[in-house]
Unconditional design. Sequence first.
Length: 293
Amino acid sequence: MGGGLSVLRNLTQADIRPDPYPHIVVENCLPPELYGALERSYPDDDTILRLSGAKDKHVIRQNHRFDLRARDVLRNPGAVSRAWEDFVARHVSHDFFCEFVALFGPDIRAIHPGLESRLGARLEDFTTGIRFDKEWDTGQVALDCQIGIDTPVTRMSSSRGVHTDAPDELFALLLYFPRPGDATPGGDLEICRWRPGVPHLFVGRDLDSRDTERVMTVPYRPNTLVAFVNSEVALHAVTPRAVSLCSRRLVNIVGRVQRSIPEGLFVKRQKKGLRAAAGRLAEKIADRTGRRY
């Protein structure tokens, strides 16, 4: 398991941008022929909703994220194209994890200095598995390669405001696959940072946008990759997307320590006050009527 080309091919530490946190942005990430094969066979929305179980378990709301996990792809041969099976297998392999560590290892050690001692091994020696699979999810780092969509938009909105990923996530990579001809404005990724002097306090999973500022915007364009090390300063957001019949398509590749460090790599200390309480209430209502991210 795990043949094929990696999204990290040809990248070096010189490609890492340190501000406001270690990340890489790559245009034309995959060779045109491979990207083309993947784009042409990208699973349709119904396939993603059905195979992921979302169609039976969740209310399908506008502009919300649903993912076909690596487990769903690899446990159902033939459900997606062979190109996608190979791509997913490659990006949940131990070899891929080693590629990521070779690239971002110094940054991981700087951001999470106690990680190796907590797990009793060097980064390079961490064991890996495939997330959410009873047989395969046995490693210290659980890998996933999710073929995802944000559902079509019926009112201009953002699929996610300023946030960090879950505290048990070590790293993430996003690769964009917009539909040919989809010129809908929005859906770009904003790289953000905390405003100077502002306490690092969250509102539920997300942040009060007044506490942050945008550093740069990564356009939602074909074959564009963003990769970063997750932490309490790895702030990002999705810009509002205009009304569209097209879903927003992206692959999400992650490494998480949910089994080995269930408490997570950092704590989302909570903001207090009426605005924070209102934000947490809105989040709770959203989770009851849709799906959890």
